[in-house]
Ligand binder design. Sequence first.
Ligand SMILES: [Zn+2]
Length: 209
Amino acid sequence: MTKTNQRLILLSIPLLAASNQLQADSDHEQHDAHVHGEAQMLIALDGTSLELEFKSPAMNIVGFEHQPKSEKQVNAVKAAMETLKQPNQIFTLSSDAQCNPVSIEVESPLAKHDGHDHDHEHDDGHKHDDDHKHHDDHKHDDDHKHEAESHSDFTAHYSFRCEQPAKLTKIEFDLFKRFPGTEQLEVQSISKKGQQKIDLTAGNNTLEL
Ligand SMILES: [Zn+2]
């Protein structure tokens, strides 16, 4: 395990604690199953260390939550992963704070298709899927019911070091533009100024710290 990983685990603890406490205080229901259109961002600023943890239903990001079936869907997942790996596509930090990325991790069960032996086992399955592609594209309701049993997420963890953390006064979220399926971003943050929780939208996309 690298130093960076250890640090991320340690920093996840205050993030989770903050999340639990904030959720206990909130009347906003938060069940295990996610809500399409809603995404979450946990933010912790501790000294010069800034951590952001993003979690979103895959529906908001690529428009489906099953394993990618067609080449188009495989490419959509790849493109989304690439976008999420570029923090400046997702949010903008106060430039005066001089924050630089230390580590970025993006994950989704839908991206597990990349390479590996897995692909070869399902040659027959792929043919079968292709037969149904047309069908699926036109039956959104059926799709939705089916997916209720197997929701999928994209998660991203961004770790920054900020040279001037006191100057980090706002974070503007550009992800609404990148992923228009995102209607609401539930932001929970902890910084020197305490904890706050705010729901942001495309029209109100800035967190004041
Ligand atoms: Zn879902």
